[in-house]
Design a binder for this molecule. Structure first.
Ligand SMILES: Cc1cc2nc3c(=O)[nH]c(=O)nc-3n(C[C@H](O)[C@H](O)[C@H](O)COP(=O)(O)OP(=O)(O)OC[C@H]3O[C@@H](n4cnc5c(N)ncnc54)[C@H](O)[C@@H]3O)c2cc1C
Length: 266
């Protein structure tokens, strides 16, 4: 990364005034991903001093500031107590703690990374993302590329009382990106299933979710979860990369979906 000018505004408004209409400017979250590329930035706008690093619960609504780090996610009581600690579980094994002290929620969500564990977990939680200019939009729309191109992501919002959650992933080696990731959330009569690292951006498995609407009768769990796994594998598009073929991903998808469903239906 090659930076012309580096600034640390003290408010989001100040940051926006610097970013708006300036194609040579970019927001810096943790800077860990940006640093990997040889990108040239005329103006780097660091949000470190904008106060966007808070995590709080209000009226059952979880709000995570864009500058909250992964380390905050894995230690904040509000996150650990929420939905079986799904968010914390999704990120706690990513590389080392030094890097997790740097990675930010905003950099991850804004980056729309296909490999991202966090984006997969937040999609299963039907999170919404707030941009300074564009306001609140669904994470699903944002990951589909319907979000703004140049804006400042200020926070992630998760509504309601998501009851049970599970995160499952397969890795070729401990510190590698996931070969496939699955996050499942179960509320009273609704289940959401997100599949990430396909290797494309995380997607909801809508048919599998429809199959699990309503209460699940005792003794029917096994048959319903097995079918949901098959449906997810049929409806999601998988791709090839150096970690695995699309065919391999399609084969392991039902296993991860079933594993996650068994956990949330216990
Ligand atoms: C060595 C390494 C290994 C990794 N391994 C994994 C892994 O195994 N699994 C996994 O899920 N992830 C992994 N990641 C990714 C990591 O989890 C983060 O998603 C990533 O580093 C982005 O966070 P950041 O704070 O560094 O973003 P940055 O590098 O600061 O920014 C990323 C992008 O988002 C933009 N941006 C940042 N903040 C905002 C904002 N508030 N508003 C608008 N735009 C913004 C930037 O301009 C940039 O385009 C890895 C990253 C690294 C560097």
């Amino acid at each position: 990364m090659n930076i012309g000018k580096y600034v640390k505004p003290s408010s989001v408004e100040e940051a926006w005034a610097l970013l708006k209409g300036n194609e040579g400017a970019a927001i810096i979250g943790g800077g860990a991903w940006l640093r990997r590329g040889g990108r040239k930035l005329e103006l780097a706008i660091d949000l470190f001093e904008t106060g966007l690093d808070t995590i709080r619960t209000e009226d059952g609504r979880l709000e995570i500031g864009a500058m909250a780090t992964y380390r905050q996610l894995e230690t904040a009581p509000d996150i650990l107590d929420f939905c079986d600690g799904l968010i914390a579980r999704s990120i706690r094994d990513i590389v080392g703690v030094q890097m997790r002290n740097i990675f930010t929620v905003g950099g991850t969500v804004a980056g729309r990374f296909g490999f991202s564990h966090l984006n997969c977990a937040l999609l299963a939680l039907e999170a919404r993302v707030e941009f300074h200019e564009a306001g609140l939009i669904s994470l699903e729309d944002h990951l589909d590329g319907k979000g703004p191109r140049q804006d400042i992501l200020t926070k992630v919002v998760v509504d309601g009382s998501a009851a049970r959650g599970s995160f499952q992933a397969v890795h070729q080696s401990r510190n590698d990106f996931a070969t496939l990731a699955v996050a499942v959330v179960r509320n009273v009569d609704r289940t959401t299933i997100a599949v990430g690292a396909r290797p494309g951006r995380a997607r909801l498995a809508e048919s599998a979710m429809a199959h699990l609407v309503g209460s699940i009768p005792d003794g029917k769990e096994e048959i319903l979860t097995a079918r949901a796994g098959e449906l997810a594998a049929e409806e999601i598009n998988f791709g090839d990369d150096q970690r695995a073929s699309a065919e391999y991903r399609r084969m392991i998808c039902p296993v991860l979906v079933e594993r996650a469903l068994k956990e949330v239906l216990k």
